[in-house]
Design a protein around this ligand. Structure first.
Ligand SMILES: O=NC(=O)[C@@H](O)[C@H](O)[C@H](O)CO
Ligand SMILES: [Co+2]
Length: 403
């Protein structure tokens, strides 16, 4: 008899930070995991799954992954958006996990097998000033990273994106959104100088990345891209918001600094023109926020046609489940570029057991059947949900800006 979906659970817990995890169990007792975390709006996804999707899953054939994707995407009538696509992603990822376990194969073998030995990763160096940033870059180089992102606080401007406070960079840290001031001119003057300082100190033997985090206009982004060309960035990320994909044409006319976009995008249509017009060099969409493995591989295949490489988001608000799925995809696709990897807080490992390993600046997927991740819901009870918000940025005149 065909195995069927028998039960579906949605777990919300905060081991070090909040994660929403979907677990599907079949009539054969095979389980699959999916990440449904959406930083700052996570309960909306938990409800979308529990209240609207779970009733549709019971009794269905877990091996019909494409059919399930089409059923959940078209069947909702209301299309796209981060909540919908994260919910679909969680179901899709769990079904790939089940397929792997049923076939006795790790997910990367279901995707065509390894195309490379390991998955190049980058981590987050940051500082409240240039000296502390340089110390942090040194620390990650000594940990063996071959690629490092550098972010420093803009002097006299208070909050800025990407500056770590604790052991790992965790922006969703407050019960209500922390309102942080932003000054574009101060940033445009300061950031190119600290990126230069990193190259001055450490040279060009590693990849240097920087995240603008949506804070510039297209013309300001063009100016920024030109001002950092001598620092030879691996990429400048999210230089301007990408709702108007064509606005990147302006940036491309002025600078060769590579561009990465996509972590806040959740469908192929959101990045379609960025890819087909080669307005970006790396696409950053993820398993958890862009419709799961099924949809993300479509985005990556479109990107491959246009010589755009992958550079998926991998911050700590992506759980070990989506990170494992990401590494299975990253090791298999032909146009892999780089994978963001920060390392979760210690408590996270008390709830998630992952087979992903890190060595000499690369991640490696497990070879066990499926994704190679387990979720301990008993342990998770020790970490009840804590509501946290991402910050909000305001310009010096008090108006809301892109954080
Ligand atoms: O490139 N990485 C990033 O931009 C992240 O730090 C995002 O701000 C957070 O994951 C949002 O939850
Ligand atoms: Co980013």
């Amino acid at each position: 008899p065909v195995s069927r979906i028998e039960s579906v659970e949605v777990f919300v817990a905060s081991p070090g930070r909040t994660f929403v995890t979907l677990r599907i169990t079949t009539t054969d007792g095979v389980t699959g995991l999916g990440d449904a975390t959406l930083n700052g709006r996570e309960l909306a996804v938990a409800s979308y799954l529990r209240d609207h999707v779970v009733p549709l899953l019971i009794g269905r054939d877990p091996s019909r992954i494409e059919d399930m994707w089409q059923y959940l995407y078209k069947g909702a009538y209301w299309r796209r958006g981060p909540v919908t696509m994260t919910a679909i992603a969680a179901v899709d990822t769990a079904l790939w996990d089940i397929l792997g376990k049923t076939a006795g194969l790790p997910v990367h073998k279901l995707l065509g097998g390894r195309s490379r030995d390991g998955v190049l990763v980058y981590s987050h160096a940051s500082g409240t000033d240039v000296p502390s940033l340089l110390d942090d870059v040194q620390r990650y180089l000594e940990l063996g990273y071959k690629a490092v992102r550098a972010q420093a606080a803009v002097p006299d401007v208070g909050g800025t994106y990407g500056v770590r406070k604790g052991k790992v960079y965790e922006p969703a840290a407050t019960e209500l959104p922390d309102e942080q001031p932003w000054d574009t001119e101060a940033y445009l003057d300061f950031a190119p100088r600290y990126l230069e300082a990193v190259r001055e100190r450490f040279g060009f033997g590693f990849h240097l990345l920087h995240d603008v985090h949506h804070r510039l206009t297209p013309n300001e982004a063009a100016r920024f891209g030109r001002s950092v060309e001598a620092s030879r960035l691996f990429w400048m990320e999210d230089p301007t918001p990408a709702e108007n994909q064509e606005s990147f044409r302006l940036i491309r006319q002025h600078t060769t600094t590579p561009i990465a976009v996509g972590e806040v995008m959740n469908s192929i249509w959101d990045v379609q023109h960025l890819i087909t017009e080669q307005l970006i060099d790396y696409v950053r969409t993820t398993v958890v926020h862009a419709g799961g493995i099924t949809h993300l591989r479509r985005i990556f295949d479109l990107a491959a046609l246009h010589q755009v490489r992958t550079g998926s988001h991998g911050a700590t608000d992506l759980s070990p489940v989506s990170m494992a799925a990401a590494v299975h995809l990253d090791i298999a696709v032909p146009n892999f570029g780089i994978q963001e990897h920060m390392g979760h807080p210690d408590e996270t490992a008390e709830v998630f057991r992952t087979g992903v390993t890190f060595a000499d600046g690369m991640l490696y997927p497990s070879d066990e059947p499926g994704l190679g991740v387990e979720y301990d819901e008993k342990a998770a009870e020790r970490f009840p949900y804590q509501r946290r918000y991402l910050p909000v940025a305001r310009r010096l005149d008090g108006s809301v800006h892109d954080w």
